[in-house]
Each structure stands twice: as C-alpha cells, then as structure tokens.
Design a protein around this ligand. Structure first.
Ligand code: FAD
Length: 414
C-alpha cells in the first residue's frame, strides 16, 4: 500500500477523499494541497444561502479546520501545485519546493468560463463577476445593493440561483440567455417554461435567443456601464451596475496534460479513477470517467459525483476495486423551491408530467423506449428516491399510470 498519498485540490472531492481514506483505515501519510485559503468547503451555497447571507462561512466547511490535524491529514492551504514530475514522483508547488508522492490524486475541479468578447482580453473589470469560489462571492457581494441592476449572462443553474438571490435582496435583474429557452441542455421545455415563470413572477426579466455583442466600459476601463445585445437580431442596450457571467466551467486539466496524461473534456480516467499512470488518479469535476449509466464517457459537475468519485478513489487506493454504478443526479434551490434532477434527458422521446405545475409541485419524467431515462422533481422531494429507482432500474413504464398521482410511484416499475 502507498506510504504517501498527495491530493492536489482541496475542494469537495479532495476533502472527501482525505477523510474517506482515514475512515477506511489508511495509515500512511496524507498530504492535501489546496490553492485557496480555506479548508475544503461546499460550493452549492455560494449561489444560494451564503450569497443571501443565511449561511455562515463556518457552515460551508466540509469539516472544521482542526479535524484535519485530528485525522492526521497534513493540509496545506494557499499551495498551488505548478507541475508534476512523473519520473521522480514529485509535485512542485509555486514556492519551488518538491513534494514526493507514492500515489497522486488530482482533484483540481474547474474554473468559470470567461466571457470572450473582442477588446476585453486581459481587462480586469471591478463589477464583472463569475462565481466559483468563496472569494468570488465576497467580491460580488459589495454590489448587492437594493436597486442596483444586475445583468446575468447565462441561464444555467448558477445564473438562475443568483437571479433568485438578487431579486430577494432587492436588486433589479435581467438575465440573458443565448438559447431560446432556459436550461435547454438539461431539461425539457415544460420545466424550462416553469422555471422562467417562477422567476418572472418575482420580477426577473429575460432576454432569450440573445447574443451579447459587447460591454460598455467607463472611461478608465475599470467598470462595466452597460451591455449591448441583440435578441432575434434586434439590438438593445442595458445599463448595468454589475454583471455576472455564468456560462459554464472549464475543467482544470493543465497540470495533467503538461505531465503527459490524456485529457479529453477532463482528465481521462478508468472506472477506478485511475489515469494511464498507475500512480496518478483524478476525481471530481476535472475527471472524465466511464459511466455505467450512459455506457460512454462522462464528465460531471456535481457534489454527488465528487463524493462518489472520492469513494471510488479511496477504494482503489486501499487496494479494492469498486467502480461506480451511480446515476448522475443534481439539485438546485430557487426561491426556497427544491429542484432535484436524476439521469440525463438527452434524446428523450416523451415527457410525462405528474402533479401540478400550477401549484409548483410536479415531476417531469423523460421517457425513451418506454423507459424513464431522467426525471426532474420539483417541490416533491418525497418522490425523488422513487424517481431515482425508476431511472436506475430502466424498467418499462406505463406513461398514463406514471402521470397519475393516484398511482404510487413505487408501484409503477412493477
Ligand atoms: P472543487 O470543489 O472546485 O475543488 C477543486 C479545488 O482544487 C479548488 O479549491 C481549486 O482552487 C483547487 N485547485 C485547482 N488547481 C489547483 C492546483 N494546481 N493546486 C492546488 N489546488 C488547486 N453541485 C450540486 O450537486 N448541486 C448544486 O446545487 C451545486 N451548486 C453549485 C453552485 C456553485 C456556485 C458552484 C460553483 C458549484 C455548484 N455545484 C453544485 C457544483 C459542485 O460544487 C462541484 O461539482 C464540486 O465542488 C466539485 O468538486 P471538486 O472537488 O471536483 O472541485
């Protein structure tokens, strides 16, 4: 068994792995290196309760700082690893030191995709934000002043969650989305229009099928003053006090590719979280893994995936072989309404809704070949476990019974 495991990236996956190794009885040295100032923390509240001021900083931490010492985990915050030397099995942090490993785990997550507009390259704008880290939220919070106009570029989950928090904080919000509907890559039109409705009810304005053409800057080129856009080709200018860019994530794979490891939309790993180098593993948002659910390869960006992938890696490092059979799932919170998603709806043939869209309590089931391949469960958390079972069992279902709330969901697959 490895004597010294080095984990690069002290986020959700890295933190779970370090603790998981100790829980599984690993007795060797664990070194957890993170480039942020904090111990591993949960990112979901960054665009929800933490931004709203309802979740304290210490409640974000996966474990209190002192737990790492208690678990005999050497944790080094503020330590950015710049290179891997595979021949000597060492990593080099920015300070020039060299740290030896027997097994190395890359848990480097990703970074927010920047807005790419001509003329903006290299410009740092004080009121243009993205949210990936605690420091991003701390920087943006100053602009959360009632009456300020927030323009959000990107209608994915992060953009929508920030929109919800912002209107609840008294800001005016306009959200710009390039596609004709919200969340178009992950949900069906029924759920997209529902999400749009709950936001419009609270006063969020939308521009769909919208192309962002440019940002208007102040004379000093330090602040955004307005956003130029075109919806269906019709030009418009919106004044902006602050702008949030929520257009996706770029996986942090540079360390791996510089070390000669395969990278293809993430660091390529097998079902045991191993790269082609038997001493290097990769987990979480940065890793592209085989999926028992899709039968192909997948890179997921979710807490359940980070936790499951850390479990798989801990087993591998303990000399066991425990591939993941987990189904992708995710949750979001907007205006206190819980949205839970399981499976991937891409390629569905029929959407069956169950419950009341009107009363904001319904599930949307996505069917292909009469089987449920994915489900969005909204305001019906009690139904989520059964929905997960339907997706994982791949049993044939009767669409009429599925849509009938009088028929218990548990009995449908039977
Ligand atoms: P991360 O948590 O990003 O951790 C990676 C860490 O590695 C970071 O600290 C990074 O700074 C560090 N790092 C990178 N490179 C280096 C280096 N060279 N040296 C040292 N350290 C390095 N998921 C859900 O399931 N539900 C949600 O509701 C949800 N909401 C979210 C809201 C927001 C605003 C964000 C940003 C994410 C949300 N997610 C949500 C996604 C979820 O948080 C991620 O999938 C999860 O954090 C992935 O864990 P990870 O460890 O792979 O990456």
């Amino acid at each position: 068994m490895a004597e010294r495991i080095v984990i690069v990236g002290a986020g959700q996956a890295g933190g779970e792995l370090a603790a998981g190794l100790r829980k599984q009885g690993y007795k060797g040295h664990i070194l957890l290196l993170g480039d942020e100032a904090h111990p591993p923390y949960q990112r979901p509240p960054l665009s929800k309760g933490f931004l709203l001021g309802k979740v304290a900083l210490s409640d974000l931490y996966l474990k209190p700082l002192e737990t790492y010492a208690r678990f005999d985990i050497e944790f080094k915050p503020g330590t950015r690893v710049e290179a891997i030397d595979r021949s000597s099995r060492e990593v080099s942090p920015r300070d020039g030191s060299r740290l030896a490993y027997d097994k190395l785990v890359l848990a480097t997550g990703g970074r927010a995709r920047p807005l790419s507009l001509p003329g903006l390259e290299g410009t740092r704008l004080e009121n243009l934000f993205s949210i990936r880290s605690l420091s991003d939220v701390e920087a943006m919070r100053g602009g959360f002043i009632p009456g300020n106009h927030l323009v959000i570029i990107g209608g994915g989950y992060v953009g929508l969650e920030v929109a919800a928090v912002a209107v609840q904080s008294g800001l005016r919000v306009t959200l710009l989305e390039a596609a004709p509907r919200l969340l178009s890559r992950v949900t069906g039109p029924e759920v997209s229009s529902f999400i749009e409705r709950i936001h419009r009810e609270r006063g969020v304005e939308f521009r769909l099928s919208c192309e962002v053409r440019g940002l208007e800057l102040d004379e000093a080129r330090r602040q955004v003053r307005g956003v130029s856009l075109a919806c269906h080709g019709v030009p418009e200018r919106l004044e902006a006090d602050l702008v949030l860019v929520g257009i996706g994530l770029i996986p942090n794979t540079e360390l791996a590719s510089a070390a000669g490891l395969a990278v293809q939309n993430g660091i390529v790993v097998d079902e045991y979280a191993c790269t082609a180098d038997p001493d290097i593993l990769a987990i979480g948002d940065c890793a592209n893994q085989p999926s028992a659910y899709t039968g192909g390869r997948i890179r997921l960006e979710s807490v359940p995936n980070a936790i499951e992938h850390a479990r798989v890696a801990a087993a591998t490092l303990m000399g066991k072989r425990e591939p993941s059979a987990a189904i992708p799932w995710f949750w979001s919170d907007q205006y206190g309404l819980k949205l839970q998603m399981v499976g991937l709806s891409t390629g569905y043939e029929q959407c069956v809704t169950r419950g009341s869209v009107e009363h904001k309590e319904f599930s949307a089931f996505y069917l292909k070949d009469r089987r449920v391949i994915a489900a969005d469960v909204i305001g019906r958390p009690a139904e989520f476990m059964a929905a997960k079972r339907l997706v994982s069992s791949r049993a044939e279902v009767d669409a009429t019974r599925l849509g009938d709330v009088a028929v218990p969901l548990n009995s449908i697959a039977a």
